[in-house]
Design a protein around this ligand. Structure first.
Ligand code: FAD
Length: 377
């Protein structure tokens, strides 16, 4: 049986970064991935992911976001490839909405540059935005988007350059930490390790039964629409957005990488799923949900659908992440429940998981309380 210092199960957004940070700290690491690097079957595909500094989800995320930006820039510097594009981010909604209030609060608390807009001045500045008069916006200039597939590839390549092994098309079928070290069994062979980090995304609860009600996969759909006025939806003319509308919370990005303005809606059609039987087909009802958002708020993008894709969120009950030791198993750690807003943090989550596994979480000790499992006890 081959032996490693650390094994990471799942080499997607969080796992690729974890493998990178463990290898960078001199660990002999094995990353095990059931599909390819990268792939389209989990949570980290679809060309773009929003990154934003103002964070209505909670002030506790801001220090991690600062580190996250730094680590993305480090990764870019290593490879010479741009992974993060700054466009600014528009947080919008009714003046009293959690999105607008939370965005303003974190900007003020952390001294982040920002500018408040009513709907019409926002439209004059960024004509792709056509919000009704009862919607206001906060523009935070550090927001933008990451290229998730390229982030994963870059993390894996950098990890390999530090000696990590990454094996694909190898599914982990079980693990056992009861006999001193840890044994990991796959559909090909078995391995031993001193530390195990599980970053299995929507599959987390299959490998960690204690997460069954705490990391729940949900089907999502995103759409790329052909703009009627393409010049309004280019990277240089259209900031990413996070819009709390009466119909729900829409998010989206300018045209990048593939033709089309991209839009999605948090909790799309509220469909909790089993990843093994996820419906990857696109139905007229899926397009209708997103078309409504385009027609109401971005009518100059209301051309034909150019692409649609399914993806999965993995929701925790309070929609905050789970970053912790796995209860009842020594030297086993989990990063799960990213609840539709995790990718921007992948760079720092890898560092946190390496810190938890190797140093007991010293570096981030003061910041992880809101991510511990004990909050659900
Ligand atoms: C449509 C959509 C839009 C989103 N938009 C944003 C956004 O704009 N900004 C943002 O910050 N976040 C966003 N998110 C959320 C973010 O993408 C996720 O939080 C993040 O990608 C989760 O990464 P992960 O590593 O947990 O999961 P994944 O990237 O899915 O990785 C898990 C990996 O584990 C592997 N695996 C699982 N089980 C096994 C096994 N038994 N053996 C071997 N391998 C296994 C899987 O194959 C997979 O590769 C979005 C998510 C979706 C679905």
């Amino acid at each position: 049986m081959r032996e490693f210092d650390s094994i990471v199960i799942g080499v997607g957004g969080m796992g690729s970064s974890t493998v990178y940070h463990l290898a960078g700290r001199g660990q002999k690491v094995l990353g095990l991935e059931q599909f390819d690097i990268p792939h389209d079957f989990g949570s980290s595909h679809g060309i773009t992911r929003i990154i934003r500094m103002a964070y209505p989800e909670g002030a506790g995320y801001i220090p991690l976001l600062r580190r996250s930006y730094e680590l993305w820039r480090d990764l870019e510097a290593r490879s010479g490839e741009q992974l993060l594009f700054v466009t600014g981010c528009v947080d919008a909604g009714a003046p009293e909405s959690a999105t607008v209030r939370g965005s303003l609060e974190t900007c003020r608390q952390f001294g982040l540059k920002h500018q408040a807009f009513d709907a019409r001045p926002l439209h004059r500045r960024f004509p792709g935005y056509r919000f009704p008069d009862n919607i206001v916006a906060v523009l935070q200039p550090d927001g933008g988007f990451l290229l998730p597939e390229r982030c994963i590839v870059n993390h894996v390549e950098a990890a390999q350059a530090s000696g990590a092994e990454v094996q694909t098309r190898e599914r982990v079928t079980g693990w056992d930490a009861s006999g001193g070290g840890i044994e990991v069994r796959t559909d090909r062979e078995a391995y031993r390790a001193r530390k195990l980090v599980i970053t299995a995304g929507p599959w987390a609860s299959e490998l960690c039964p204690k997460l069954r009600n705490l990391a729940i996969p949900e089907r999502q759909v995103v759409l790329w629409a052909q703009p009627l006025r393409p010049e309004l939806f280019r990277v240089e003319s259209f900031p990413v957005f996070n819009l709390e509308a009466p119909e729900g919370r829409f998010y989206g990005c300018p045209e990048y990488g593939v033709p089309g303005f991209k839009i999605g809606k948090y909790h799309h059609r509220h469909e909790n799923v089993d990843p093994a039987s996820l419906d990857r087909e696109i139905h007229p009802e899926d397009e209708a949900v997103l078309r409504e958002g385009i027609r109401r708020y971005f009518p100059d993008a209301d051309g034909p659908a150019l692409a649609m894709k399914t993806c999965m969120f993995t929701n925790s009950p309070d929609e905050h992440f789970i970053l912790d030791a796995y209860p009842g198993a020594d030297n086993v750690y989990i990063a799960a429940g990213f609840s539709g807003h995790g990718f921007k943090f992948a760079s720092v989550v890898g560092e946190i998981m390496a810190d938890l596994a190797l140093d007991g979480g010293v570096k981030y000790a003061g910041q992880l309380g809101m991510f511990r499992l004990a909050r659900f006890a």
